[in-house]
Design a protein around this ligand. Structure first.
Ligand code: NDP
Length: 615
């Protein structure tokens, strides 16, 4: 039985993850299971540290340097770099930013330095912070000004607090403060030990209703898709017709449908592995490594479109998709389920540093649902990236096209209806845009934080293609003639949503990829202790998720062509509001854990989450 060296409440020196800098921290608790200490820094950030990353305060050697008196990221910011105290350009640099900068400048060829820099900039450190709810409440109530801080930290931070902990400044004003820090950081680097990679622990808060929730979602999601698909085939898909008649069980499975789904997936896999298109780098992982992704999605959809057109030209009847929709969905469900089993099994054998921080509850059902391995790969074939962007997404467009053909057949039309054309074009634009900007997905939550399990596999392979196409399916048997003013209004709504969505996503993506991009120099930012900054002006200064706002406006434009006769074509809009509100709160918790009080500052500055002035 290993001894517990430090007791709760003890003040010790804790290593800042990924660096060789030690700060004064307070031990909160020790977990015998994970063998990790939970410690709190003076800026309120809680982290879990291994025993070897903690030193006793008394035995710790104090370095004699004039500018390094502080022992926490908060103190470094507040004492020596407070914008309130000093007006020099270097005033607001965080310890981590400075460390990263110093390392860049000192020994650029050193692998260890590069690794340290990467880890410093890496957002996904195993931060465990139970103050999320407190934070949410505090923010909603609009009472407190700052997160709870230890009294001593408060004293240190006081000079800044009068103006807010972080200064809001134009990014170009970051200027060239690096030199000031270089020597200090070099000194620390000379004494460096190998960087410790924080491990994922089983203490990450559970999402989606926890263990019970996972059971529920596992049963509910497939049942809900079945319900929707049965409902949309009804002449009157209203709630009055609930429950829809169930087809005989044996008709749900069809070998041919399974074959088509398999062939389609293999075809997309083939396009994905072709050495065509750019190799893009993902965000730094906890190990400091950056994975490479073949971002040739646009190429894939163009080739797929040509293949589908050639097949139709050769006489292939694409309306098969309409008449066998349920069977195709069941086949895709089986595929996603088997894939999830495979993912769960392999997640149990990969090294801890390749696991996501969630999906490690120890409960089989929860972990199977949530997914645990962050980037499961077979050689260079990235399963999560592939499933997120290819078979389901491109398949959705093919389904929509098939529905347009089915509508013409069903309603004896020479061309698809205006409503059908709008739905097809709008959703095609959404997918093509996603594939054109495929690299942007590398900075999204799914890719950066979530493990790959049933939730994403089912979402990517079943939910997206088979429920997002419901509007087109609905229009096959529920015509909705549109006049010119309605057409113009709907197109205008779509374009507005698309503009907000694209601009905001591109702005964040560009900023995350290159924070010093001169095109973004006019934007204000808030530095955080991780070394990354948060945009606090531009799109991300309007609301905290401008990209969700644009997406929601587009969702409205997708439903409007179907009219108001039934709720079913509005299902996507309703579902999407729920999804994005929940996603927003998940992201808020995640960012609160990552960025601590800097995130609070951001939330105080940008008060609304998605809709300006309302929510
Ligand atoms: P975001 O792309 O908004 O990513 C959230 C992350 O952005 C945060 O975790 C944080 O990560 C970073 N971030 C947050 N605030 C700031 C800021 N002020 N400055 C800089 N970085 C910030 O979220 P999603 O992955 O959920 O969404 C991506 C897109 O996909 C959205 O447009 C969404 O609408 C769309 N989407 C569509 C779905 C659909 O089914 N149609 C489903 C889900 C999403 P970090 O700081 O670590 O970089």
């Amino acid at each position: 039985m290993p001894t517990v060296r430090f007791q709760s409440g003890e003040m010790v020196m804790g290593r800042w993850p990924g660096s060789n800098l030690y700060y004064e921290v307070k031990v909160l608790r020790f977990s015998p299971k994970s063998q990790l200490y939970t410690v709190i820094y003076k800026d309120g950030t809680e982290l879990e540290l291994k025993d070897q990353d903690i030193k006793s305060a008394t035995g710790f050697r104090t370095r004699s340097r004039s500018r390094s008196r502080s022992r926490s990221p908060a103190r470094r910011r507040s004492r020596s770099r407070s914008p309130a105290r000093i007006t020099r350009r270097s005033s607001s640099r965080t310890a981590a930013v400075a460390a990263a900068a110093a390392i860049t400048e000192s020994t650029p060829n050193s692998r260890r330095d590069a690794k340290l820099k990467d880890v410093l900039e890496n957002p996904t450190k195993p931060v465990e912070n139970n103050s999320n709810n407190k934070h949410e409440n505090k923010e909603e109530n609009d009472t407190a000004n700052k997160v709870t801080e230890k009294p001593e930290a408060k004293v240190e931070a006081e000079p800044e607090m009068s103006q807010g902990r972080y200064n809001l400044r134009r990014r170009k004003d970051d200027g060239d403060a690096k030199a000031v820090e270089v020597k200090q950081l070099q000194l620390e680097e000379e004494e460096a030990k190998p960087t410790t990679v924080p491990a994922a622990t089983s203490t990450t808060p559970l999402d989606f209703g926890g263990r019970i929730g996972a059971y529920f979602w596992l049963l509910f999601l497939p049942a809900w898709v079945l319900f929707l698909l049965l409902q949309v085939t009804l002449v009157d898909p209203s709630l009055a017709n609930f429950p829809p008649p169930l087809p005989p069980l044996e008709t749900l499975f069809d070998g041919q449908a399974l074959g088509i789904v398999l062939l389609w997936t293999l075809f997309q896999a083939l396009l994905y592995i072709l050495p065509v298109g750019k190799l893009s780098e993902g965000m730094p992982l906890r190990t400091g490594e950056r994975l490479k992704y073949r971002t040739n999605g646009f190429f894939a959809i163009v080739v797929s479109a040509v293949a589908v057109a050639a097949a139709v030209y050769q006489g292939v009847d694409l309306t098969y998709i309409h008449s066998n929709f349920l069977q195709l969905a069941v086949a895709s469900f089986l595929g996603s389920f088997l894939l999830s089993v495979y993912l769960y099994v392999r997640s149990r054998y990969v090294p801890p540093d390749q696991l996501a921080l969630g999906g490690n509850s120890g409960n089989v059902v929860y972990d199977f649902f949530k997914g645990h391995e962050l980037n499961p790969r077979i050689k260079n074939f990235d399963l999560k990236f592939f499933c997120e962007m290819r078979p389901g997404l491109i398949g959705w467009c093919v389904i929509n096209f098939a529905m347009a053909l089915a509508e013409m057949q069903e309603q004896h039309l020479e061309a698809p209806s205006h409503a059908m054309i709008l739905v097809n074009l709008f959703q095609l634009l959404y997918v093509v845009d996603g594939l054109w900007n495929e690299e942007a997905i590398l900075t999204t939550m799914d890719l950066m934080h979530d493990g790959f399990g049933f939730m994403l596999a089912f979402g990517d392979l079943v939910w997206v293609p088979f429920t997002y196409s419901l509007q087109a399916y609905y229009l096959v048997t529920h015509p909705n003639p549109l006049g010119l003013p309605a057409l113009i209004a709907i197109v205008a709504i779509k374009l507005l949503g698309f503009y907000i969505f694209r601009m905001s996503n591109s702005q964040k993506n560009a900023f995350r990829r290159n924070p010093s991009d001169p095109k973004l120099a006019h934007l204000k930012t808030i530095p955080t202790a991780t070394g990354k900054s948060l945009l606090v002006s531009g799109w991300w200064g309007v609301v905290r998720h401008p990209n969700y706002l644009g997406d929601l406006i587009m969702a409205l434009a997708w439903s409007l062509p179907c009219g108001f006769s039934h709720l079913l074509p509005w299902y996507y809009m309703i579902y999407f509001i729920i999804l994005l509100v929940h996603r927003n709160s998940r992201d808020m918790s995640e960012c609160r854990r990552k960025y601590g009080s800097a995130w609070d500052e951001y939330c105080q500055t940008v008060r609304y989450r998605i809709i300006p002035g309302i929510y």
